[in-house]
Ligand binder design. Structure first.
Ligand code: GDP
Length: 310
């Protein structure tokens, strides 16, 4: 497949096209992943989540620039979980990632709209494509609203939860349970004052409420000046190295893959069983067989499954 070869060569246009194919769940996209997924698995996947305005994009920009200057190939997926019901995009069209725009860092936004079978399925597929294309670091950025942060923790090797001392982010985070998925916490906008206080509150929360997580590193950053970003990157490196040593890194990849497989199986059921061309006819015929007393509902349902997935 010519497109697969172009993706393997790391061509940005091919990557963009390939991601669109997996986004809309097209059979072509699946075939592409069949070819390319075995070539993925080398890149480190870091998730960043936090409330709107906390400085995620700025941090992603700084982190990608830092890693690029170390000779890494960086890919960014900005996941926008905005539902069609709440309207506009959160990460959408605004001007961002200035450094990335000037370099060979590949940046892609993905919004729920137009994604078939769930954003997390598409995000992970896209990350595989980036990985196969030779990107060595993949940053997955998402706004911390609702389910999206849990999903990012299933797609990432490491999750950075970002908070700022402003606007009660800390209290909100403690209430929402987002701290439970934090492998590291970055308190951004440390220049704004109140960062030490927030650090202390978080440390207490980790020690009292989440004992298993009492060693979660908390770092202070000022993404707009780059202050604290090298330390954040260093803390991620140290965590990854320790986890590789202990086996926790591979263990997490396995459990992430388990939940991914469940999702893909559900997606295949949805598309191949219920939405395929002749599915209505087949389900109707099966219903008639049950009502005629020829087969039990379970026998028929199993048969439908077998036929659809053949
Ligand atoms: P996102 O919505 O989480 O992606 O946040 P952005 O990265 O778009 O940042 C929101 C605003 O905060 C922008 O105007 C940034 O320049 C600014 N900003 C980011 N980091 C800092 C920081 O450490 N200190 C201050 N004072 N402003 C920051």
């Amino acid at each position: 497949m010519a497109l697969a070869d172009d993706v393997l060569r790391g061509e940005p246009l091919a990557l963009a096209r390939a991601i669109s194919l997996v986004e809309n769940g097209a059979p072509e996209g699946r075939a592409l992943l069949d070819t390319l997924s075995p070539r993925a698995g080398k890149a480190l996947r870091i998730g960043l989540t936090g409330p709107p305005g906390v400085g995620k994009s700025t941090t992603v920009d700084e982190l990608s620039d830092l890693h690029r200057s170390r000779g890494e190939k960086v890919g960014v997926i900005a996941v926008d979980p905005t539902s069609p019901f709440t309207g506009g995009a959160l990460l959408g069209d605004r001007v961002r990632m200035t450094k990335a725009a000037e370099s060979d860092i590949f940046v892609r936004s993905m919004a729920s709209r137009g994604v078939s079978g769930g954003l997390s399925r598409a995000t992970q597929d896209a990350a595989d494509l980036l990985d196969a294309s030779g990107r060595t670091l993949i940053l997955l950025e998402t706004v911390g609203v609702g389910q999206s942060e849990i999903e990012i923790s299933r797609a990432a090797d490491v999750v950075i939860v970002m908070l700022s001392p402003e606007s009660g982010d800390g209290v909100q985070a403690m209430k929402s349970g987002v701290l439970e998925i934090a492998d590291l916490v970055a308190i951004n906008k440390a220049d704004r004052g109140g960062a030490d206080r927030l650090e202390h509150d978080l440390r207490t929360a980790f020690e009292l409420g989440l004992r298993s997580r009492k060693d979660v590193p908390i770092l202070l950053t000022e993404a707009n000046t780059g202050k604290g970003i090298p330390e954040l990157a260093g803390a991620v490196d140290a965590l990854v190295a320790a986890r590789k040593q202990s086996g926790a890194f591979v263990e997490r990849r396995k459990s992430n893959m388990e939940s991914r497989l469940r999702r893909i199986a559900e997606f295949l059921l949805q598309t191949d069983l219920w939405e395929s061309g002749d599915s209505r006819t087949r389900v109707r015929a099966a219903a008639e067989r049950v009502l005629a007393g020829d087969q039990s509902p379970y026998q028929c349902a199993r048969k439908l499954l077998e036929e659809a997935l053949r």
